[in-house]
Design a protein around this ligand. Structure first.
Ligand code: ZN
Length: 362
């Protein structure tokens, strides 16, 4: 069992600088990308109804979209202003390294050329207007994940940039990511020694639950844990980690309290059915503990906070959890109050810094 310390929030705030593994950088408008788009697409956007991806997993007025004070005074969306990010996260939290995730929904586009051009433009924008201006930042790159070969080419184009540490993949996809249609994508991720970051959301066109279309956004948000679980089952069962042993996967904005019971079930069924997947040599939980990491925000806090500490213990590894503010999104639970201040200092250090440094090779 993890021994809880009598720590106070003052002790937590005196920890060393943190690595924030989920900071959102939002494209203010498609016009922002014009300096990074070919003339053809600028003309197309100016002269047609096409204005780039309009789908978003974050409704503008939902609490999970923008925490108080994160919307710039000029009306741009939350998460689109570097100075606000410095004032609200990088400086006050003493962030040593922050990883940007831009959920620009190129996966929603049916025109493959548009998806490829806009992903490319977003990545060049991230480098020029965020990474080049703020040395504490790193970035996940946006790829047309519905076109694995094209996504691989974009990874080859930009994956060796020193500020690029991750390839962002929407949690929802056309097929589960273990499917061999995605192997060119995994090959490219392995080739550049990057992390695959599966993030909440995605607009593949199929329902966001295994049983069809829900009616309300609440259903989609709460049910997203099932989508993450289906991706982990697929990636492990289809042998991605066996075929590409260097591949690492981060689950971003997935919650983590479901992980212990999920691993118990997955291990049990693997013991029953492993003849069907003989390339999966070890119990699924062993692959998960070696290859997968999970950000701590949003934190699904149980009514009895003691149970949260039991879940940390049941996960069975001190290496799995990564600190994330999920800025500018607002979540009900403050990870410092509900989790970190109750943990031993060595584990806090791992969650806040060391796990991410090792996993992302920072
Ligand atoms: Zn996030």
């Amino acid at each position: 069992m993890i021994e809880t310390s009598g720590a106070t929030s003052a002790r937590v705030s005196s920890r060393t600088a943190i690595v924030d593994c989920d900071i959102h950088a939002n494209v203010p408008s498609v016009q922002t990308l014009f300096p990074y788009l070919p003339d053809y697409w600028i003309e197309h956007i100016n002269q047609s109804l096409f204005k780039g991806p309009v789908e978003s997993a974050y409704p503008p007025n939902a609490p999970v979209t923008a925490r108080p004070g994160s919307i710039p005074a000029d009306g741009r969306p939350a998460g689109s202003d570097l100075d606000l990010l410095r004032d609200q996260i990088l400086d006050p939290l003493r962030v040593e390294i922050g990883i940007l995730n831009c959920t620009y929904a190129v996966d929603s586009l049916h025109n493959p050329d548009a998806a490829i051009a806009l992903a490319r433009a977003v990545n060049d924008w991230l480098i020029a207007e965020w990474l080049d201006r703020e040395p504490r930042l790193r970035a996940s790159i946006v790829v047309p994940s519905q076109l694995p070969a094209a996504a691989a080419r974009e990874i080859d184009r930009i994956g060796d940039h020193p500020g690029v540490v991750q390839v962002l993949l929407p949690a929802r996809s056309h097929f589960p990511y273990g499917n061999r249609n995605y192997h060119p994508l995994w090959e490219a991720i392995a080739r550049h020694d990057l992390v695959a970051g599966l993030h909440f959301g995605g607009v593949p066109g199929n329902p966001p639950t295994p049983s069809g279309w829900p009616s309300y956004y609440l259903e989609e948000y709460a049910g997203m844990a099932q989508v993450f679980q289906s991706q982990v089952v697929s990636i492990v069962s289809e042998g991605v980690f066996d075929q590409f042993p260097s591949v690492r996967v981060a689950l971003l904005e997935s919650g983590f309290t479901w992980l212990p019971s999920f691993m118990w079930r997955f291990d049990k069924e693997w013991r029953n059915l492993r003849r069907l997947v003989p390339w999966v040599k070890r119990a699924p939980s062993a692959y998960i503990r070696e290859h997968i990491r999970i950000t701590i925000q949003p934190l699904d806090v149980p009514p009895n906070p003691e149970h949260l500490l039991q879940i940390i213990d049941q996960i069975g590894s001190e290496e799995l959890l990564l600190y994330a503010s999920d800025y500018p999104h607002l979540h009900a639970a403050d990870p410092e109050e509900t989790l970190l201040r109750h943990l031993p200092e060595t584990l806090v250090q791992k969650i806040c810094n060391e796990n991410a440094r090792r996993f992302y090779r920072l």
